[in-house]
Design a protein around this ligand. Structure first.
Ligand SMILES: [Zn+2]
Ligand SMILES: [Zn+2]
Length: 281
């Protein structure tokens, strides 16, 4: 596996979450036309439970498109319904099945990362939620060519994984830590009270999690103020983090060595150029 530190010498990896309308292979051209060299997609309906089994033709068409387009890494985001923190056994079973099918599909497609939300403990408490997430991630098989990325949350009621300590503890509980890494969302960090523009805060993130355990960063501005606990994304420079905040955050070499994915409301080539400028080229 190529580590982030090894990738550091290469050009910034940057992309959008793009639509898969008309077939997942269409995402490559959409990403490229926006100026991306990386991208994130859904492999199934984000608001449904079904992770379809793609026909072999679609899988080989996806592989063909990938070979022709310099998009790397390719990231898949899990649908929203699965809840890996739940104490409801039936819901946990469905959630683990959904995660398991997404990971296996990602393996057949050659998708590098699967991003999963950590969900809600539903009132059972953070400790119980953490135990549930650990047992869920230890119950799935992760293909050799895929890593599972746990995404930090904004810290809303009953959510699990909004603090660096919780994230680190969950990974420590994983049976195979090499296969479990993090997806850090800047809007969620900010909403959870981490001012990423502050050098000490950024250093603390690096120290607590370690840059090589961070697979990708979701680069999103925040529609609400620091510590708002609200998960509402804004375009880069149009929220509370602002251009100056992102310039400072992207001034950290370890941040620039990690692939960045934008999940902002409006997708434009100009925003990709803005991020490149803020990152110094
Ligand atoms: Zn997410
Ligand atoms: Zn995100």
């Amino acid at each position: 596996m190529v580590t982030n530190v090894e990738k550091a010498g290469q050009r910034l990896r940057l992309g959008y979450h793009v639509s898969v309308a008309g077939g997942i292979f269409n995402a490559f051209e959409r990403a490229e036309s926006l100026g991306c060299n990386s991208m994130q997609i859904f492999l199934s309906n984000p608001r449904g439970w079904d992770v379809g089994h793609l026909p072999p033709e679609e899988i080989s068409r996806f592989a063909g498109m990938r070979a022709r387009h310099p998009i790397d890494p390719v990231v898949a985001h899990m649908p929203y319904l699965p809840n890996l923190s739940t104490s409801d056994r039936a819901k946990m079973k469905k959630s683990v099945e959904s995660l398991s099918r997404t990971l296996s599909l990602a393996g057949s497609l050659g998708v590098d990362y699967v991003v999963a939300h950590l969900g809600s403990h539903g009132g059972a408490g953070t400790e119980k939620g953490i135990v549930n997430v650990i047992s869920a991630i230890n119950a799935v098989e992760i293909p050799d060519n895929v890593a599972l990325l746990l995404e930090n949350t904004a810290g809303g009621t009953n959510s699990v994984g909004s603090s660096l300590e919780e994230l680190a503890r969950i990974r420590e509980g994983a049976a195979d830590q090499k296969k479990i890494r993090f997806c850090l969302d800047t809007c969620h960090l900010y909403a959870a009270g981490y001012d990423i523009a502050d050098a000490a805060v950024a250093n603390n993130i690096k120290k607590k999690l370690g840059p090589d355990s961070i697979g990708i960063i979701h680069l999103n501005d925040a529609k609400f103020e620091l510590d708002s606990k609200k998960d509402r994304h804004a375009n880069i420079g149009q929220g509370y983090i602002g251009e100056s905040g992102f310039r400072k955050f992207l001034g950290n070499g370890w941040v620039r060595s990690i692939p960045l994915i934008l999940e902002t409301p409006e997708n434009t080539p100009e925003e990709i150029l803005l991020v490149r400028r803020l990152a110094g080229g």
